[in-house]
Design a protein around this ligand. Structure first.
Ligand code: ZN
Ligand code: ZN
Length: 394
């Protein structure tokens, strides 16, 4: 375990986030509640500046969504029979108060961006954010307002010249990519399960951005079944190289943890240890390339007992400069809370699952789906950044 860094971090947390509740649905707000309880029990919340959210206002929301879509979300918030604009669907059912809580989450991500850019803290986290599928004119994939797009716009408006966004959710970060597809100031990098096998069906290496922004959309399409070692191999072969070459002022990360082997909605096979390592490496990258400016969001993650609370507690700890050792015991108070709610399922006893395997670095000429996927991304995008797709040092 590396020594702790001396980092300052803010966490935007608001109990009202728990009202983002689609009812009988995989995106259960208990995942946020259990994360915050675990982080509190482990003393992690004491290490970060916890601040409440403020809802995004009309001007902010109009900068990222169309007026007719905002009207639709408003209407859907009081009309349970509303359909249209992606709302009233299985993925995005309507519920009372949908507009207000979605604006609160988006406002939390904007506030995190403000705290970071002002220099008050080096890192800022909104675990309720990361709603990366929402599009300008419609809801998609459990996401109503795209808080990530709002946060990046907030940074650009405040004076950031270039923002790099890395999305490690199992699904393609399509809404964020679409918002900045022709904007050369924003690099979007998404690692995800191959879209031929998973929602939303986009995110192939051939999606590169357009016009001046060609090369600023980077997609790594991973085979189903990818484990910690394969995932980290792909990450290291693509992400540090393009992010360094882009020279961003800020690193923004979507830390969805639906890559976990227990996740009910997707087919990657990472452990919480692989996810923690990815977050650790993103943190280090922010210090290396962006003067430490690191803005981190949650995202997907539907293993609500065994994955999300541990991985996002590890995220909060990491942002505070402390990596929790994997053998850290899960506190009794957390387990008791769940038993008190009548949960009988097996619960984790420590913050890790198993030691990380050795990660063999990528090299050209490798065979198989994974190495082919890595090579395809490097071939498509590396030359546009002055990097050599065949040189493993790039
Ligand atoms: Zn740091
Ligand atoms: Zn996802």
């Amino acid at each position: 375990m590396e020594p702790a860094r001396d980092c300052t971090a803010a966490a935007i947390w608001d109990e009202r986030y728990l009202d983002y509740d689609f009812g009988d649905h995989p995106m259960n707000p208990i995942r946020l509640d259990l994360t915050v309880r675990l982080a509190r029990e482990l003393g992690v919340l004491e290490r970060v500046r916890v601040e409440a959210s403020v809802p995004a206002d009309d001007d902010q929301l109009r900068s990222i969504h169309s007026a007719d879509y905002l009207d639709a979300v408003r209407a859907a918030s009081t009309d349970p029979s509303f359909t249209g604009f992606g709302l009233g669907t299985t993925d995005d059912p309507v519920f009372p108060g949908m507009y207000d809580v979605s604006a609160l989450i988006a406002g939390g991500s904007a506030r995190a961006a403000q705290r970071l850019w002002s220099g008050e803290v080096e890192h800022a986290v909104n675990i309720a954010g990361g709603l990366h599928h929402a599009m300008r004119g419609y809801a998609s994939g459990f996401c109503v307002f795209n808080d990530v797009v709002l946060a990046i716009r907030t940074l650009l408006d405040a004076g950031a010249a270039k923002v790099a966004y890395v999305d490690v959710d199992v699904h393609h970060g399509d809404g964020v990519q679409a918002a900045f597809y022709d904007d050369p100031r924003v690099l979007t990098v998404s690692l995800h399960q191959d879209p031929r096998t998973l929602f939303p069906g986009t995110g192939m290496p051939s999606e590169l951005g357009e016009g001046d922004a060609e090369g600023t959309s980077v997609n790594v399409a991973l085979p189903p079944g990818t484990t910690d070692a394969g995932w980290l191999r792909a990450f290291r072969a693509v992400v540090p190289g393009v992010v360094r070459a882009f020279r961003p002022d800020v690193l923004v990360t979507q830390c969805g943890c639906d890559t976990h082997h227990d996740d009910p909605l997707a087919n990657l096979e990472l452990t919480v240890d692989g996810q923690r390592q990815a977050i650790h490496e993103l943190h280090g990258l922010a210090h290396e390339v962006a003067a430490g400016r690191w803005l981190a969001f949650g995202g997907g993650g539907y293993g609500v007992l065994r994955c999300v609370p541990r991985t996002w507690t590890n995220l909060l700890a990491e942002a505070s400069g402390l990596a929790l050792p994997p053998d850290t015991a899960v506190p009794r108070g957390w387990t008791d809370y769940l038993r008190g709610r009548g949960v009988t399922a097996e619960l984790p006893t420590s913050m890790g699952e198993r030691p990380l395997p050795e990660v063999v670095p990528w090299a050209p000429g490798g065979e198989g789906w994974l190495d082919g996927a890595i090579a395809a991304t490097r071939r498509a995008v590396f030359p546009l950044h002055g990097l050599d797709p065949l040189d493993p040092r790039d």
